[in-house]
Design a protein around this ligand. Structure first.
Ligand SMILES: [Zn+2]
Length: 387
């Protein structure tokens, strides 16, 4: 913990205090002094600034423990203020509000069917966001999960292979113009990864890969504790590695990408072609569970390709955990284990032996909220390893 007047030091102190409270759950100023090594006046100033920004709730007085006087208890804001999470997907969009601590208690999720044109999309999302802003506490920011290659420097979606109406659009910028909220856009798979890191099983993991095939094929990696974003925020497009040179056309313009053979949508497409009826993955799961449909062949093929993707990620990133999000695992009780067995055969043995593989629910909405909170934290100032 630093002391002194320069702005940067103040910013580092504010962020350290925020992160210390995040870590401990609840803290008094005296405890924060002990944890971060900052002086009492420095703590008082940092807590005051964070309170003014709406980042903290005050929770009453602590019980004296014999060593010191009682002090006010603070936690990351859940009541004082909120953030908005927006998920844009090509079938449905979802919007919710959450505490700055990521708490979702009592917060409603609104789903809207994704409109067919960009202007309607912005208009409908704006309506939902504005309602949440009007009915909740002070709103500090908005996180937006987008399905496409997002150029962070311009907040512009350069290409959305499964949702071309977003191509070239600045959806964060446009929603900000309509709602007045600070936007933090994030690629959907990075969002899932952030959610697992912030609120899921991957807390504090330094080496993690998340693969989501719920819509398109997304892969994101945390390496050495850092989310791997690349120069422009577009890293992780493993879905467009070609696995079948004569394969089906892909939304990216190429053919036979792993996205065309290993995702929930690709399985739905294969099954639809065979039965001669357009079926979504949800309908397929429903029919399989009721015993009216068998998809063993398509499932085995899709899981095998998915395993190739997971094995490649293990070989490339040497993670301690890979989380895989797919609804295909609901099609058979053995599906997940079959995929894991295939991964173990295909990945390099020393890497696979040290890596756990678990299912993920691929929660982009929590990821959008986590992106908003991360954006707010970054706006405080740079992080300093105070631990
Ligand atoms: Zn492709």
């Amino acid at each position: 913990m630093k002391s002194g007047k320069p702005r940067l030091i103040r910013q580092v102190n504010d962020r350290s205090v925020f992160e210390a409270i995040e870590e401990t759950g609840v803290s008094t100023r005296a405890e924060l002094s002990r944890i971060t090594g900052g002086s009492a006046p420095t703590m008082a100033k940092a807590v005051k600034r964070l309170r003014q920004l709406g980042f903290l709730d005050e929770m009453g007085m602590s019980v004296p423990d014999g060593a010191g006087r009682p002090g006010r208890i603070f936690r990351i804001a859940r009541n004082t203020s909120q953030v908005i999470g927006v998920v844009i997907d090509y079938r449905y969009c979802h919007v919710t509000a959450a505490g700055v601590d990521g708490g979702f208690t009592g917060k409603k999720v609104t789903a809207i069917k994704t409109p067919g044109d960009y202007r309607s999309l912005v208009r409908e999302l704006t309506q939902v966001v504005k309602k949440l802003v009007a009915s909740g506490p002070r709103t500090l920011a908005m996180g937006i999960s987008v399905p496409g290659m997002l150029d962070k420097s311009q907040d512009r979606i350069l290409l959305s292979p499964n949702m071309h109406l977003l191509d070239g659009q600045r959806v964060g910028y446009d929603l900000a113009a309509e709602t007045g909220l600070t936007p933090f856009s994030i690629h959907e798979t990075l969002a899932v990864c952030l959610a697992e890191q912030a609120y899921g099983v991957a807390k504090k993991l330094e080496h993690l890969v998340v693969i989501s095939v719920l819509e398109g094929y997304g892969c994101s990696a945390v390496v050495g504790g850092q989310l791997l974003e690349g120069r422009d925020g577009m890293a992780g497009e493993m879905g467009h590695i070609v696995v079948d040179v004569n394969g089906a056309p892909c939304g990216c313009g190429s053919r036979g990408c792993i996205e065309t053979v290993s995702t929930d949508q690709s399985l739905a497409r294969m099954v639809s072609e065979r039965v001669g009826e357009k079926l979504e993955i949800e309908e397929i799961i429903d029919r399989v569970k009721k015993g009216g449909l068998s998809v063993d062949q398509e499932l085995a093929r899709a899981l095998d390709y998915l395993a190739i993707g997971v094995a490649s990620a293990i070989n490339t990133f040497n993670p301690e955990l890979v989380l895989v999000a797919s609804r295909m695992f609901e099609l058979s009780p053995a599906a997940f284990d079959e995929m894991v067995n295939a991964v173990r055969k295909r990945a390099l043995r020393p890497l696979a032996d040290r890596c756990r593989i678990s299912p993920s629910n691929g929660d982009k909405l929590k990821g959008a909220v986590a992106a908003a909170v991360r954006g707010l934290k970054n706006s405080l100032g740079p992080t300093m390893n105070w631990r």
